[in-house]
Design a protein around this ligand. Structure first.
Ligand code: F2R
Ligand code: MG
Ligand code: MG
Length: 349
């Protein structure tokens, strides 16, 4: 489909769920041989194996709250979104949440709470979380709003309900921007796509909070911009090993060590790769490659899936994969509702 087609909305939301569900198998593994990844993915194709349904984790659980909140409130409503996060956690606490964010989700359920942003600000002795929990659920903001400033503002505010460190919420802004641009076909020109991302992030990171957090955490002055330049260096190289990707970009639970990595996975897998089956299309390559990095595989595959899905569209996702993943059908339906909200906003409604 063309820019912002329904196929791209469905691709983004469904592939994010798939990345989370299939990536859960390897989350936390230090080394993941590509053979294990390919075996895991081929089991999805083979219905006789009867593997049952792969459950989604916190990544999708929270993204579903974002989607439901945006649709019900026809825009961003922090009170409503915070309530949904808290309720989802209390109903289903075993989805593999980060150990810190659990405290925030418990506090958000208190009827006495007057400022929904306060629990996140209290995290890690007042420094706030730099985890990737804000970024892993950021894609729906790009699917709800056509205006780039709305995408940036809402992704930031939505992340700040749990992540008040700039290295956490700016990761969510970067992920939402990547999906926003991909939805419009920007990945057709990968270098221009990266230039646009860097230009946006130069502005996003050009403030005192970012400078302070970066100084305290001993990172570059504009940490995400610096990582995006590393992505360009790696994508321009003909041969890059998985070890180099991990050492340059990371594969961890911090937003800084996973959002640029997810972007790299998408760009690296635009072409066929020797280590990946020749019959795989770009979206399958992206998911497989994300898992082979090890580390925070569910979240990196979820974020890379959203960006790649917005690029390739729903037709690129194997039906057998969709059937195996909890929540994929819901994502398929909700993508259409988000597209209606997106176009309503375009018309100024
Ligand atoms: N939590 C996990 N996986 C670990 C084990 C799950 C296991 N499979 C199970 O069965 O239970 N995955 C999920 O968590 C990540 C998103 O985490 P989020 O929402 O950002 O959480 P949190 O707690 O805010 O941050 C994560 C960790 O990062 C470190 N950290 C963050 N900010 C810090 C700071 N300012 N100072 C020091 N450390 C900080 C802490 O270790 C946090 O616990 C996703 O991978 C999702 O899939
Ligand atoms: Mg998870
Ligand atoms: Mg994870």
């Amino acid at each position: 489909g063309g820019p912002a087609s329904l196929s791209r909305f469905r691709g983004a939301l469904v592939a994010a769920v798939l990345g989370d569900c299939v990536g859960g198998e390897f989350e936390g593994a230090e080394e993941v041989p590509m053979e294990s990844v390919l075996q895991h993915l081929s089991n999805l194709d083979d219905e006789t194996k009867g593997n049952g349904i792969l459950e989604y984790s916190d990544d999708t659980a929270m993204a579903r709250c974002v989607v439901q909140s945006l649709l019900t409130r026809a825009g961003f409503d922090e009170q409503d979104m915070a309530r949904r996060f808290a309720k989802e956690y209390s109903m289903s606490p075993g989805r593999g949440y980060g150990s810190g964010v659990i405290q925030v989700l418990k506090k958000l359920s208190s009827p006495q709470l007057s400022d929904v942003y306060q629990p996140a600000k209290d995290q890690f002795n007042g420094r706030g979380s730099f985890g990737n929990g804000g970024a892993m659920r950021a894609a729906p903001f790009a699917l709800a709003f056509p205006d780039r400033d709305d995408v940036k503002r809402c992704a930031r505010q939505g992340a700040m309900l749990t992540h008040s460190c700039s290295l956490g919420y700016n990761g969510a802004v970067l992920q939402a921007l990547a999906v926003h641009l991909s939805l419009r076909g920007a990945i057709d020109k990968p270098h221009q796509f990266m230039s646009k991302l860097i230009k946006e992030m130069e502005e996003v990171e050009g403030n005192e909070e970012t400078r302070n957090d970066a100084r305290i955490l001993k990172e570059a002055e504009k940490p995400f911009c610096e990582r995006l330049h590393r992505v360009i260096d790696l994508m321009d190289r003909s041969n890059v090993s998985i070890e180099e990707v991990i050492s340059e970009l990371g594969n961890g639970i911090a937003a800084l060590h996973s959002v640029p990595t997810a972007i790299f996975c998408v760009l690296h897998c635009l072409q066929p790769r020797e280590c990946l089956p020749a019959n795989y299309g770009g979206l399958e390559r992206t998911i497989a490659y994300s898992l082979a990095l090890g580390g925070d595989t569910d979240t990196i595959a979820c974020m890379a899936g959203a960006i790649a899905g917005a690029h390739y569209g729903i037709e690129a996702i194997p039906q057998s994969w969709i059937r195996c993943c909890e929540g994929a059908e819901d994502a398929y339906m909700n993508a259409e509702r988000l597209q209606m909200l997106y176009h309503r906003s375009t018309l100024g409604g």
